[in-house]
Ligand binder design. Structure first.
Ligand code: 9PG
Length: 479
């Protein structure tokens, strides 16, 4: 009753694994390590990055991966193992492109796996224990869809339309400013008004700082009065060495065998540490944090830097998933947007999932993308590249492509570049912006209004070409 894609295409693919039988679009395999030998030498490998910000694209196997600099940023760019390997590994899945353009895909069904692409070999390996795999072959879109159907799903109704404070004010937010913007957006068809980074006292100290004199419950109340759901940013598993929490609970820090804190990256001018998500006290603390902000009136939570709960990499994904299950339970019906999150291990738990690096009001920061070889830095190009290669996850979770820009003020983007990101909102239904309406010209405001109130029809014309409403957009040039 199942079609057999390999037999139909007369393709013989030697496989070293326990075979469990056919599934729609391919086969199920089992093993800690499985090897698939493609009957062709592929030049192109689908390299799936570990978390939201990590590089996801087709890479050329004739050029080995390049190291990312500075080294201190590797833990927040990807699974550190992937960045230190001299060959192309991906997180959870990998694929080759055949001479006929068809795709041979090996994807883990469990969490904590990596896939290597080398010449004709796809090698899958679980970091710990045995697990199942999907092996599929066929048209690119169909193979990814067949894999997605075997992964966990959680599709909440109606992706959100939201205003987010980050990409206009960054962490320079304060109470009066947000109240002003709230007045401006009051007439627009947003559903969520989301306060981003900048409200808290410190990482690990999730109380309002002095710029929020009337507290966070007060702001949530004002937001709800305008008819919006209140959203709040949190990085629940992240701390810096000077966080009060580190002094109070040094035993909560994730450490290696020698007792040294496992590096979690470098941001806000400081090294980052992770809280140990395998520690019950840490989970109680994070659950308490979720309960607290829910009681303040926030029911849209952007949970950020979640990879910290899964470090050192694939090895931490089982622990990550248990921790996030606990948070999911605690959050009840609140909308949870996972960001900086291990992708496959978040499916079934997140309502929304950021699938690319941060956008920015500019196309690319070449100092970082070229000289430092870091494809995860903020910028529209990086964001679009990874998001485009994760659109197949739309059947499993609400995919967040990050905010669209409508403003020409305080921006280096050309209108054509802005359109490319706006269309991502149409493709995913996740429609967000950080533009305060007062920054927009009448035409820009009109465009934002139309974006929020009408959905355009999207038709794929090829892997990187789409008809969006009346426009045809081609993304191939940016890859
Ligand atoms: C707030 C921001 C916004 C944004 C998130 C996240 O150093 N890094 O690699 C790095 C990546 C992303 C990032 C910050 C740092 O942005 O994606 O939407 O919430 O945090 O600080």
């Amino acid at each position: 009753e199942f079609s057999d894609p390999l037999r139909e295409s007369r393709l013989e693919v030697p496989v070293l694994a326990e075979a469990l039988g056919p599934v729609p679009g391919g086969y199920l395999l089992r093993g800690r390590e499985v090897r698939v030998f493609a009957p062709f030498a592929s030049k192109r490998f689908f390299r799936h990055g570990w978390q939201s910000w990590s590089l996801t694209t087709w890479v050329d196997l004739t050029f080995p991966p390049k190291p990312l600099f500075p080294e201190a940023r590797r833990p927040q760019a990807d699974d550190p193992f992937l960045l230190e390997a001299s060959e192309w590994w991906g997180s959870g899945l990998g694929a080759f492109e055949g001479p006929d353009g068809k795709v041979l895909l090996l994807g883990a069904l469990g969490v904590g796996a990596r896939v290597l692409g080398r010449e004709d070999l796809l090698l899958g390996r679980y970091a710990e224990g045995e697990g199942e795999w999907f092996l599929g072959y066929g048209d690119r879109m169909e193979v990814f869809a067949a894999y997605g159907r075997l992964l966990p799903r959680r599709l909440s109704k109606g992706p959100p339309r939201l205003w987010c404070s980050w990409y206009s004010f960054y962490n320079r937010i304060h109470e009066a400013l947000l109240l002003e913007v709230l007045e401006e957006v009051a007439g627009l068809p947003f559903e969520v008004f989301q306060i981003d980074d900048g409200w808290q006292r410190a990482l690990g100290d999730w109380e309002p700082n002095e710029r929020f004199p009337r507290g966070m419950a007060f702001l949530a109340e004002r937001i709800r009065e305008k008819g919006f759901r209140a959203g709040l940013w949190l990085a629940p598993f992240l701390v810096t060495p000077d966080s009060p929490l580190v002094r109070a609970h040094p035993e909560w820090i994730l450490r290696d065998g020698e007792g040294r804190p496992i590096p979690a990256g470098f941001n806000w001018g400081k090294p980052l540490y992770a809280l140990d998500s395998g520690n019950e006290e840490v989970l109680d603390h994070v659950a308490g944090l979720v309960r607290k902000v829910r009681a303040w009136g926030y029911d849209y939570l952007k949970l950020d830097f979640l990879y910290a709960a899964a470090l050192p990499g694939a090895e931490g994904e089982v622990r990550y998933r248990k921790a996030m299950e606990r948070i999911r339970e605690e959050a009840g019906d609140a909308y949870l947007l996972f960001c900086g999150a291990p992708i496959l291990a978040s499916l079934g738990l997140a309502d929304g999932l950021r699938v690319g690096p941060d956008v920015a009001p500019y196309w690319d920061n070449e100092d970082r993308s070229f000289w430092l070889q870091d494809p995860t830095g903020p910028g529209l190009r990086n964001a679009l590249r990874t998001t485009l290669h994760r659109l197949w996850l739309r059947e499993n979770v609400q995919v967040d492509p990050d905010v669209a820009f409508f403003r020409s003020r305080f921006s280096l983007l050309f209108p054509e570049e802005m359109r490319l990101q706006e269309a991502m909102g149409e493709m995913t239904g996740f429609k967000a912006t950080s533009d305060p309406p007062s920054w927009l010209s009448p035409e820009e405001r009109e465009r934002l209004w139309a974006f929020l109130s009408r959905d355009k029809e999207v038709k794929p014309l090829g892997p990187y070409r789409f008809r969006v409403g009346e426009e045809v957009l081609d993304y191939a040039f940016l890859l």
